[in-house]
Design a protein around this ligand. Structure first.
Ligand SMILES: [Zn+2]
Ligand SMILES: [Zn+2]
Length: 252
């Protein structure tokens, strides 16, 4: 199965473009003429039973590659071709590191043979896979936030730095919010609980650090006052001595 078999015509310059992996991933492709070619939402395929060319969403009567007339309907394709399409779709999904665009490509193939084998079930499965892939990206992002928060917290505990703990709490709140949008995916619901537990724990630690810092500040302030009192006392004593000295010099 080659992705080169997927073609899409630019409506502006009429050039035939290869619908490559990026096109399926992004849903767009730039044509040399400057036009942005969009993946059509209905994503219908016309299939040439002669050269296997798969043309996306077009009303052309003939295969643009080999000129063979298209059958009025994909459902009229011989079973052998349908089987090939069916297998190609499976092959796409069986490869390692399947991307969203791959699943969309496979789905288009299943859609082009609607009543063949379990293709309609496979279409639904593709929809689920696309959703899963989307969720997995979101899930991963939230997971990274939790890891960063944990690291921040460890650092902060070494230095008793409350601000850093508070920053970690902000990250955890973000992660909790993200996980809560995908609770049906994997263990996201548990991850929400995990975040809540950590938020409570970290908030308590931040409070403790803040209180300790307050105490320390007060102690320092008191120290400063005592220092001033001492210096004041010494000056007063010095003045007293000078006074006494002068007094005795004068009267004695
Ligand atoms: Zn063009
Ligand atoms: Zn052809």
């Amino acid at each position: 199965m080659y992705v080169e078999f997927f073609k899409k015509r630019c409506e502006k310059c009429n050039n035939l473009l290869t619908a490559d992996r990026d096109f399926f991933d992004n849903g767009t492709k730039f044509c040399k003429c400057g036009e942005t070619v969009l993946r059509s939402p209905s994503q219908a395929l016309r299939i040439c039973y002669n050269c296997k060319c798969r043309l996306i969403y077009n009303n052309e009567p003939c295969c643009p590659e080999c000129g063979t007339p298209f059958l009025p309907d994909n459902s009229q394709l011989p079973d052998q071709i349908k089987e090939e399409i069916y297998r190609d779709a499976h092959e796409i999904l069986d490869t390692k590191f399947v991307r969203e665009g791959d699943v969309i490509r496979a789905k288009m193939l299943y859609l082009s043979i609607p009543k063949y084998k379990d293709s309609s079930f496979c279409v639904k499965d593709c929809d689920k896979k696309v959703a899963d892939l989307k969720y997995s990206v979101i899930y991963y992002k939230a997971g990274v936030k939790v890891i960063s928060a944990r690291e921040m917290y460890r650092d902060a505990c070494r230095t008793d730095y409350a601000r850093k703990v508070e920053d970690a709490v902000v990250l955890l709140k973000d992660a909790r919010q993200i996980f809560s949008t995908i609770t049906a995916y994997e263990d996201s619901a548990q991850r929400v609980e995990e975040c809540e537990k950590l938020i409570a724990e970290y908030t308590a630690t931040a409070d403790r650090f803040n209180k300790e810092k307050e105490k320390k500040d007060k102690r320092l302030q008191r120290g400063e006052v005592m220092k001033k009192v001492k210096i004041g006392g010494m000056i007063a004593f010095g003045l007293f001595c000078i006074g006494m000295y002068a007094f005795f010099r004068y009267f004695a």
